[in-house]
Design a protein around this ligand. Structure first.
Ligand code: NDP
Length: 315
């Protein structure tokens, strides 16, 4: 961990913002390319993987690995190779004649290039029983956790393309999949094709105008109490898994005045290049489609190689 004086400006070639697979991978590639690298770890070092249990699809771990352990190892790897890890968040990036000034709630920085890898957070319903059973039957990622629900009854909450994909994914493992949609059928946000495909899947059932009141179970999820918001009728659905697919929010608020983002806040990147020369994006912060640890690590590598090319062109 960096041991500079508080408020002392950290000077480096490449600043990496974010401590998930994208940030750590970017830092590893950038230091190995011979640059000085500082990485601001942000409010939740390790990112979304810290709330995942077993990761079985990150290649190279035949027995699987716990999400937090994967991130701890990545952190050690970046640190061992020479990246400076800084506790705290970057609150603003300002372009100046030497590159970029980084304002922070801990140590400010000055860098010649910046890689933004601040990730995204899954939206949750925000009810207490959800918080209690997260990781105990309730998941935010069917691609990651679906496998653990082989032969079980599960629910998907949401009605966007991700909810349809999750329902399809789960239909391959689960005995049955119930999709809870808070709007009537006409309000389904997913593309027609994906909605129709899910509707035609014999394992998938839809409940429209239905909202989750409470997740049931003590140590493990055992069911959902849901309410029809038209009739007011309450139902209990027996499920052992529930996948929340109600969208993600990219962590770009502090940068939106400088870096071009789309209407939902994802960075608009061409490859890893943002609209600002010298600022690159990696991982979920610019990815609304794949959102996997391995793809984030891949784009982290790409961002570091692009930053290298950029800095060499300036030398
Ligand atoms: P979306 O924002 O498209 O959909 C979110 C869904 O969650 C909506 O149906 C919304 O319902 C519902 N929702 C939001 N809050 C709540 C809540 N509190 N309770 C119940 N339901 C809630 O998000 P997605 O993650 O599905 O998709 C993100 C983007 O990625 C989209 O642009 C999508 O098209 C794209 N994508 C494309 C794919 C493809 O083309 N293959 C695959 C996957 C994603 P409401 O309408 O009532 O607000």
């Amino acid at each position: 961990m960096m041991s500079a004086m508080p408020n002392e400006t950290i000077k480096c070639d490449i600043a990496v913002i974010g401590a998930g697979p994208a940030g750590y991978s970017a830092a590893v590639y950038a230091v190995r390319a011979g640059f000085s690298v500082a990485l601001w770890m942000g409010p939740e070092p390790g990112g979304q993987l810290t709330t995942t249990n077993e990761v079985e699809n990150f290649i190279g771990f035949p027995e699987g690995i716990l999400g937090p352990e994967l991130m701890e190892r990545s952190k050690k790897q970046a640190e061992r190779l020479g990246a400076k890890l800084i506790s705290g968040s970057v609150t603003k990036i300002v372009k100046n004649e030497n590159g970029f000034a980084l304002e922070s709630d801990s140590q400010p920085g000055q860098a010649r290039a910046v890689i933004v890898a601040t990730g995204a957070v899954a939206k949750w319903l925000g009810i207490p029983s959800e918080q209690k059973l997260k990781g105990r039957g309730i998941s935010g990622c069917a691609t990651c956790d679906g496998f653990f629900f082989r032969g079980k009854k599960v629910a998907v909450i949401g009605a966007g393309d991700v909810a349809m994909e999750d329902a399809e994914t789960m239909s391959k493992f689960a005995e049955s999949v119930t999709v809870l949609v808070r709007k009537p059928e006409s309000g389904v946000r997913a593309s027609r094709a994906m909605f129709e495909r899910a509707k035609n899947n014999p394992k998938i059932t839809f409940m429209f105008s239905t909202e989750v009141d409470e997740f049931l179970g003590d140590q493990k999820l055992s069911g959902i109490r849901a309410k029809n918001n038209v009739t007011g009728e309450s139902t209990e659905i027996a499920v052992e898994g529930a996948f929340i697919a109600i969208g993600h929010r990219p962590n770009t608020e502090p940068f939106r005045d400088l870096i071009e983002c789309d209407e939902e806040g994802y960075i608009k990147a061409q490859g890893t290049k943002t609209n600002v020369e010298g600022i690159f994006a990696a991982g979920d912060v610019a990815d609304r489609v794949y959102r996997q640890a391995i793809t984030s690590a891949g784009t982290g590598c790409m961002a570091a190689l692009d930053a290298k090319k950029y800095l060499e062109s300036k030398a």
